[in-house]
Design a protein around this ligand. Sequence first.
Ligand SMILES: [Zn+2]
Length: 238
Amino acid sequence: MVYGDWGKVAARKHAIHEVRAEENLRSKVENSLAAAIISGELAQGELVTVPALAVRFAVSATPVREAMLDLEKRGFVEPVKNKGFRVTEVGTEGLNELVQIRCLLEPPVMHIVAEHLNGASLASYRAMADRIVNTAAKVDFAGYLAADSAFHLALIKLTGNGRLVDLVSELRKQTRMVGLVGLRNTEELEKSALEHHELLDLLGEGDGVAAEKLMVHHIGHVLGWWAGIVEADDSLNA
Ligand SMILES: [Zn+2]
Protein backbone atom coordinates (compact mmCIF):
# COMPACT_ATOMS: atom_id res chain seq x y z
CA MET A 1 0.00 0.00 0.00
CA VAL A 2 1.23 3.52 -0.79
CA TYR A 3 0.69 5.38 2.43
CA GLY A 4 0.76 8.81 0.82
CA ASP A 5 -2.17 8.06 -1.44
CA TRP A 6 -5.12 8.24 0.93
CA GLY A 7 -7.50 9.46 -1.73
CA LYS A 8 -7.25 6.25 -3.71
CA VAL A 9 -7.49 4.07 -0.63
CA ALA A 10 -10.59 5.92 0.50
CA ALA A 11 -12.14 5.59 -2.96
CA ARG A 12 -11.43 1.86 -3.02
CA LYS A 13 -12.94 1.41 0.43
CA HIS A 14 -15.97 3.33 -0.68
CA ALA A 15 -16.40 1.12 -3.76
CA ILE A 16 -16.20 -2.04 -1.66
CA HIS A 17 -18.80 -0.63 0.71
CA GLU A 18 -21.17 0.09 -2.18
CA VAL A 19 -20.89 -3.44 -3.54
CA ARG A 20 -21.73 -4.81 -0.11
CA ALA A 21 -24.67 -2.46 0.24
CA GLU A 22 -26.01 -3.61 -3.13
CA GLU A 23 -25.62 -7.28 -2.17
CA ASN A 24 -27.30 -6.63 1.14
CA LEU A 25 -30.17 -4.99 -0.64
CA ARG A 26 -30.56 -7.94 -2.97
CA SER A 27 -30.54 -10.48 -0.13
CA LYS A 28 -32.85 -8.33 1.99
CA VAL A 29 -35.35 -8.15 -0.89
CA GLU A 30 -34.96 -11.90 -1.49
CA ASN A 31 -35.44 -12.78 2.19
CA SER A 32 -38.45 -10.54 2.48
CA LEU A 33 -40.09 -11.94 -0.68
CA ALA A 34 -39.16 -15.52 0.27
CA ALA A 35 -40.84 -15.07 3.67
CA ALA A 36 -43.96 -13.66 1.98
CA ILE A 37 -44.06 -16.63 -0.42
CA ILE A 38 -43.28 -19.28 2.24
CA SER A 39 -45.96 -17.95 4.60
CA GLY A 40 -48.54 -17.51 1.85
CA GLU A 41 -48.76 -13.73 2.21
CA LEU A 42 -47.93 -13.69 -1.49
CA ALA A 43 -50.44 -16.24 -2.74
CA GLN A 44 -49.74 -19.12 -5.11
CA GLY A 45 -50.39 -18.03 -8.68
CA GLU A 46 -50.05 -14.33 -7.84
CA LEU A 47 -48.35 -12.24 -10.51
CA VAL A 48 -45.69 -9.78 -9.36
CA THR A 49 -43.75 -7.25 -11.40
CA VAL A 50 -40.26 -5.93 -10.80
CA PRO A 51 -41.23 -2.22 -11.09
CA ALA A 52 -44.12 -2.58 -8.63
CA LEU A 53 -41.96 -4.44 -6.11
CA ALA A 54 -39.17 -1.88 -6.50
CA VAL A 55 -41.63 0.84 -5.55
CA ARG A 56 -42.89 -1.18 -2.58
CA PHE A 57 -39.36 -1.81 -1.30
CA ALA A 58 -38.26 1.76 -2.21
CA VAL A 59 -35.22 0.43 -4.09
CA SER A 60 -34.08 0.41 -7.73
CA ALA A 61 -35.18 -2.35 -10.10
CA THR A 62 -31.76 -4.09 -10.14
CA PRO A 63 -31.74 -5.73 -6.68
CA VAL A 64 -35.38 -6.77 -7.16
CA ARG A 65 -34.65 -8.35 -10.56
CA GLU A 66 -31.66 -10.20 -9.11
CA ALA A 67 -33.67 -11.36 -6.10
CA MET A 68 -36.38 -12.67 -8.46
CA LEU A 69 -33.77 -14.72 -10.35
CA ASP A 70 -32.62 -16.23 -7.04
CA LEU A 71 -36.23 -17.02 -6.11
CA GLU A 72 -36.70 -18.62 -9.55
CA LYS A 73 -33.74 -20.92 -8.80
CA ARG A 74 -35.44 -21.87 -5.52
CA GLY A 75 -38.57 -22.75 -7.53
CA PHE A 76 -40.65 -20.08 -5.77
CA VAL A 77 -41.48 -18.02 -8.88
CA GLU A 78 -41.53 -18.53 -12.64
CA PRO A 79 -41.13 -15.88 -15.33
CA VAL A 80 -44.18 -14.88 -17.35
CA LYS A 81 -43.20 -13.31 -20.66
CA ASN A 82 -43.65 -9.53 -20.75
CA LYS A 83 -45.57 -9.61 -17.48
CA GLY A 84 -43.19 -10.38 -14.64
CA PHE A 85 -43.09 -13.38 -12.34
CA ARG A 86 -45.76 -15.71 -11.05
CA VAL A 87 -45.59 -17.32 -7.60
CA THR A 88 -45.47 -21.08 -8.25
CA GLU A 89 -47.97 -23.56 -6.84
CA VAL A 90 -46.83 -25.71 -3.93
CA GLY A 91 -46.56 -29.31 -5.09
CA THR A 92 -47.82 -31.82 -2.51
CA GLU A 93 -45.27 -34.37 -3.66
CA GLY A 94 -42.38 -31.95 -3.23
CA LEU A 95 -43.60 -30.95 0.22
CA ASN A 96 -43.96 -34.60 1.25
CA GLU A 97 -40.41 -35.29 0.10
CA LEU A 98 -39.05 -32.33 2.07
CA VAL A 99 -40.86 -33.43 5.23
CA GLN A 100 -39.62 -36.99 4.77
CA ILE A 101 -36.00 -35.87 4.42
CA ARG A 102 -36.27 -33.42 7.32
CA CYS A 103 -37.76 -36.16 9.54
CA LEU A 104 -34.77 -38.36 8.74
CA LEU A 105 -32.37 -35.61 9.81
CA GLU A 106 -33.81 -33.33 12.47
CA PRO A 107 -35.61 -35.50 15.06
CA PRO A 108 -32.94 -38.25 15.52
CA VAL A 109 -30.21 -35.75 16.43
CA MET A 110 -32.35 -34.53 19.35
CA HIS A 111 -30.70 -37.35 21.32
CA ILE A 112 -27.29 -35.70 20.89
CA VAL A 113 -28.77 -32.27 21.60
CA ALA A 114 -30.43 -33.61 24.77
CA GLU A 115 -27.06 -34.88 26.01
CA HIS A 116 -25.62 -31.38 25.59
CA LEU A 117 -28.53 -29.57 27.21
CA ASN A 118 -29.27 -32.02 30.02
CA GLY A 119 -29.26 -29.86 33.14
CA ALA A 120 -27.55 -26.99 31.29
CA SER A 121 -28.71 -23.37 31.33
CA LEU A 122 -31.32 -22.90 28.63
CA ALA A 123 -31.57 -19.10 28.93
CA SER A 124 -30.32 -18.24 25.43
CA TYR A 125 -32.55 -20.91 23.84
CA ARG A 126 -35.54 -19.76 25.92
CA ALA A 127 -34.98 -16.22 24.57
CA MET A 128 -35.01 -17.57 21.01
CA ALA A 129 -38.20 -19.54 21.70
CA ASP A 130 -39.77 -16.38 23.19
CA ARG A 131 -38.96 -14.56 19.98
CA ILE A 132 -40.88 -17.20 17.99
CA VAL A 133 -43.90 -16.88 20.32
CA ASN A 134 -43.78 -13.06 20.18
CA THR A 135 -43.46 -12.82 16.39
CA ALA A 136 -46.34 -15.30 16.04
CA ALA A 137 -48.47 -13.13 18.36
CA LYS A 138 -47.58 -10.04 16.32
CA VAL A 139 -48.39 -11.87 13.06
CA ASP A 140 -44.92 -10.97 11.80
CA PHE A 141 -44.35 -13.93 9.49
CA ALA A 142 -40.92 -12.82 8.23
CA GLY A 143 -39.79 -12.40 11.85
CA TYR A 144 -41.41 -15.70 12.79
CA LEU A 145 -39.64 -17.66 10.04
CA ALA A 146 -36.27 -16.06 10.87
CA ALA A 147 -36.68 -16.74 14.60
CA ASP A 148 -37.85 -20.31 13.95
CA SER A 149 -34.85 -21.08 11.72
CA ALA A 150 -32.42 -19.47 14.18
CA PHE A 151 -33.82 -21.60 17.03
CA HIS A 152 -33.73 -24.96 15.24
CA LEU A 153 -30.34 -24.38 13.62
CA ALA A 154 -28.83 -23.31 16.97
CA LEU A 155 -29.98 -26.61 18.48
CA ILE A 156 -28.66 -28.68 15.58
CA LYS A 157 -25.34 -26.79 15.82
CA LEU A 158 -24.84 -28.50 19.19
CA THR A 159 -24.16 -31.73 17.28
CA GLY A 160 -20.95 -30.07 16.05
CA ASN A 161 -21.83 -31.13 12.49
CA GLY A 162 -21.62 -28.02 10.32
CA ARG A 163 -22.67 -29.90 7.18
CA LEU A 164 -25.87 -31.01 8.88
CA VAL A 165 -26.62 -27.41 9.89
CA ASP A 166 -26.13 -26.24 6.27
CA LEU A 167 -28.23 -29.09 4.89
CA VAL A 168 -31.14 -28.49 7.28
CA SER A 169 -30.90 -24.73 6.62
CA GLU A 170 -31.19 -25.40 2.89
CA LEU A 171 -34.16 -27.78 3.33
CA ARG A 172 -35.94 -25.27 5.56
CA LYS A 173 -35.45 -22.54 2.93
CA GLN A 174 -37.31 -24.70 0.42
CA THR A 175 -40.19 -25.59 2.75
CA ARG A 176 -43.34 -23.64 1.87
CA MET A 177 -45.87 -23.13 4.68
CA VAL A 178 -48.58 -21.26 2.82
CA GLY A 179 -51.19 -22.03 5.49
CA LEU A 180 -49.39 -19.74 7.94
CA VAL A 181 -51.17 -16.68 6.59
CA GLY A 182 -54.53 -18.27 7.46
CA LEU A 183 -53.37 -18.93 11.03
CA ARG A 184 -53.38 -15.23 12.01
CA ASN A 185 -54.33 -14.96 15.68
CA THR A 186 -55.35 -18.59 15.95
CA GLU A 187 -54.82 -21.11 18.71
CA GLU A 188 -52.93 -23.34 16.26
CA LEU A 189 -50.23 -20.76 15.58
CA GLU A 190 -49.86 -20.10 19.30
CA LYS A 191 -49.73 -23.84 20.05
CA SER A 192 -47.07 -24.55 17.44
CA ALA A 193 -45.01 -21.57 18.67
CA LEU A 194 -45.20 -22.89 22.24
CA GLU A 195 -43.87 -26.27 21.11
CA HIS A 196 -40.39 -24.73 21.07
CA HIS A 197 -40.58 -24.22 24.83
CA GLU A 198 -41.93 -27.77 25.27
CA LEU A 199 -38.97 -29.05 23.26
CA LEU A 200 -36.58 -27.14 25.53
CA ASP A 201 -38.29 -28.62 28.61
CA LEU A 202 -37.60 -32.13 27.26
CA LEU A 203 -34.03 -31.35 26.16
CA GLY A 204 -33.27 -29.77 29.53
CA GLU A 205 -34.44 -33.00 31.18
CA GLY A 206 -32.17 -34.96 28.85
CA ASP A 207 -35.18 -36.79 27.40
CA GLY A 208 -33.96 -37.44 23.84
CA VAL A 209 -36.71 -39.97 23.11
CA ALA A 210 -39.55 -37.53 23.85
CA ALA A 211 -37.70 -34.65 22.12
CA GLU A 212 -37.34 -36.75 18.98
CA LYS A 213 -41.06 -37.57 19.02
CA LEU A 214 -41.98 -33.91 19.51
CA MET A 215 -39.75 -32.88 16.59
CA VAL A 216 -41.50 -35.39 14.28
CA HIS A 217 -44.83 -33.89 15.38
CA HIS A 218 -43.48 -30.33 14.95
CA ILE A 219 -42.17 -30.89 11.39
CA GLY A 220 -45.48 -32.64 10.62
CA HIS A 221 -47.23 -29.23 10.84
CA VAL A 222 -45.72 -28.52 7.39
CA LEU A 223 -48.31 -30.96 6.01
CA GLY A 224 -51.01 -29.93 8.50
CA TRP A 225 -51.61 -26.57 10.16
CA TRP A 226 -48.88 -24.77 8.23
CA ALA A 227 -50.38 -26.04 4.96
CA GLY A 228 -53.84 -24.85 6.01
CA ILE A 229 -55.05 -28.36 6.87
CA VAL A 230 -56.86 -29.31 10.10
CA GLU A 231 -54.86 -31.71 12.27
CA ALA A 232 -56.17 -34.43 14.57
CA ASP A 233 -55.84 -33.23 18.16
CA ASP A 234 -54.32 -36.42 19.53
CA SER A 235 -51.53 -36.83 16.96
CA LEU A 236 -48.82 -36.30 19.57
CA ASN A 237 -50.26 -38.79 22.04
CA ALA A 238 -50.97 -41.47 19.46
ZN1 LIG B 1 -40.18 -24.61 14.82
